[in-house]
Ligand binder design. Structure first.
Ligand SMILES: NC(=O)c1ccc[n+]([C@@H]2O[C@H](COP(=O)([O-])OP(=O)(O)OC[C@H]3O[C@@H](n4cnc5c(N)ncnc54)[C@H](OP(=O)(O)O)[C@@H]3O)[C@@H](O)[C@H]2O)c1
Length: 370
């Protein structure tokens, strides 16, 4: 690799690290980073602001000021070329007198798709693309999946015991992994737009599904429950915290036979809504329709946290992009709820990408091959 190419890779790696900081915080916009570099010195660095605006390029250019003239801009995603709520970033780079733009990933958004690069080239700017493209695509996976597949990027997370179980029937939450793994899961929640579970887990475990890492509490994602018969209790932790962190219950309200002992549909829906829960009427068993609806609402990343049947449905529907298996050392034994996948016995089409030790546990990360 030449010296210039090494420098490009080094600055782009820094930009990719920076763009990861606002994953899950930029609404429908991707979290992009921009570095302005001159004579090997970083003059300015910025990431898409919370809520999605201002974009990284305009912030970095403002920080660099006049010094941006003649500099190189490193951008993780092709600068936008269309007039949305803000003017095109390509115009801002041209107006600032940037001499060279280095891009990791070309934007598949049909309003951009190469036009941002053409605008820059037409203005006489030297443009390089595809620098650390695989790493850039990994950081932008949620945005790219929503753009190209019209659904969120789906991560399936499962904590599996040494005997391949997710929990024990009727025992509620069973500790399968230790504190280091749990910290990692909370970190994952912080960078994800939404978490999803089945009603079986909501009833058995009464989970809160928030991010409880000190300092990151405000980064809890939207929580979604697949609940065909509207069984979620208004007294559950999810419902009780719905006014602070949104909860969506996906139900076929009115078409399922209500479980005996529960009041009629409308009364249950009313009680949940009064607690702040949103009722989304959509068949929770038609996962592609549901994911398309979530993508339309701006959800780019979804963390599926079980239970067993929900995980199985996502796998069978071919809607999982990544599987994170947190493997504990203890066993569950009798009355165990079997995991649909365990290390070494994964669904077809997934390959192991990473393994890490997390205290006494291990984490195995599998990705879809296509
Ligand atoms: N270790 C872990 O990582 C982990 C994580 C979460 C949960 N768990 C454990 O897993 C157990 C619960 O698992 P589970 O399989 O009983 O419950 P689940 O998958 O959480 O929920 C299943 C329920 O969701 C409904 N549902 C609606 N749409 C669905 C869809 N598209 N696919 C699948 N189900 C859908 C099902 O309806 P129908 O009845 O009509 O099919 C069923 O009532 C608990 O023991 C819990 O502790 C472990």
């Amino acid at each position: 690799m030449s010296g210039a190419a090494t420098d490009d890779a080094r600055f782009m790696a820094a930009a990719i690290r920076l763009c990861r900081r606002h994953l899950g915080l930029t609404a429908t916009n991707p979290s992009v980073a921009c570095l302005i570099v001159k004579h090997g010195v970083v003059l300015a660095a910025a990431v898409t602001a919370r809520g999605g605006r201002p974009h990284a390029e305009t912030q970095a250019l403002a920080e660099a000021g006049e010094a941006a003239r003649g500099a190189t801009a490193y951008v993780t995603l092709e600068p936008c070329s269309h007039h949305g709520k803000t003017p095109p970033c390509a115009d801002a780079l041209i107006a600032a007198g940037i001499a060279r733009v280095v891009v990791s990933v070309t934007d598949p958004d049909e309003r951009v798709a190469g036009r941002g690069l053409s605008m820059l080239r037409d203005a006489g700017i030297v443009v390089e693309t595809g620098v650390l493209e695989a790493e850039g695509c990994a950081a932008l996976a949620a945005y790219l999946t929503r753009q190209t597949k019209k659904r969120p990027y789906v991560t399936l997370k499962l904590a599996v015991s040494a005997d391949g179980m997710l929990g024990r029937l009727g025992a509620g939450q069973v500790a399968i992994t230790g504190p280091v793994s749990r910290g990692q899961v909370h970190g994952l929640r912080a960078e994800t737009d939404a978490i999803l579970i089945g009603i079986g887990t909501a009833l058995a475990d009464d989970p809160e599904l928030t991010c409880r890492l000190p300092g990151l509490e405000a980064r809890s994602p939207v929580r979604i429950v697949l609940d065909p018969r509207l069984e979620l209790s208004p007294a559950s932790k999810l419902a009780r915290t719905a006014k602070d962190v949104p909860v969506i219950v996906v139900t076929t309200k009115g078409t399922e036979i209500p479980p005996s002992g529960l009041p009629a549909d409308d009364a249950r829906a009313g009680a949940l809504e009064a607690a702040g829960v949103e009722i989304l009427t959509c068949d929770p068993r038609r996962l592609d329709d549901l994911l398309m609806a979530l993508a339309t609402r701006g959800t780019s990343s979804l963390l599926v946290e079980g239970g067993a049947r929900t995980a199985q449905s996502f796998i069978e529907a071919g809607l999982v992009d990544r599987i994170l298996l947190f493997a504990g050392t203890g066993t569950i034994g009798k009355d165990g709820v079997a995991s649909p996948c365990v290390s070494g016995r994964m669904p077809d089409g997934f390959s192991l990408r990473n393994t890490a030790r997390l205290g006494a546990d291990s984490l195995h990360e599998y990705e879809r091959d296509d």
